[in-house]
Design a protein around this ligand. Sequence first.
Ligand code: AMP
Length: 214
Amino acid sequence: MRVVLLGPPGSGKGTHGKRLSESLGVPLVATGDILRQAIAEGTALGKSAQEHVKSGRLVPDETVLGLIETRLGRRDAQGGFILDGFPRTVAQAEGLKSLLGGRPLDLVLNLVVPTEVVVSRLRDRWLCAKCGAIYNASTAPPKVAGRCDVCGSALTQRTDDEPETVRKRLEVYARETAPLVAYYEREGALRNVDASGLAADVYAAIQRSIGKAA
Ligand code: AMP
């Protein structure tokens, strides 16, 4: 299946994308993760993306389309993929369409969450720097404070989850990415999912949408 996860920062794309990728047996392709890794490794891509990511602005479309073309060209993505954080502009959506040629997306899941909920989720979000597991200090805390349940490594917060950068990211989302809801509605692939509740309830709603699209 070819699935796009749409929704503002903190709507749960990473959490649900990971589970969906495991259950459908297709790779999760998260442009934010790819960019953060490139930044950590100090590659040319990382150097060109660094300032954009740090300030909560979008990395240029050509850069992101280039990395998506490479990633979706790999063998493991031939049977499908879950895209998290891409596309983020209409130009990226058009680029994806031409990359896919005749193979349309099966489903675009729009995770709908009120702004005040995402702001508090991002404030409480902790991540394992080693394995990427995601926690929420108030609703899904780790068993041992500050330590990952999966691999025992130290948990960290993303620098762009700091309140001022979150405000910028939400502004960018409203201006650049929210128009994709109407775009994919016109394409007939969009399903809205109320993603404001508990992760288990949201995932059950996602599975129902997947079941209808399969
Ligand atoms: P995310 O992990 O999806 O929240 O992305 C973190 C940051 O990476 C964003 O705030 C952007 O700076 C950058 N980024 C991720 N995906 C894209 C994309 N599709 N287009 C442009 N910038 C992106």
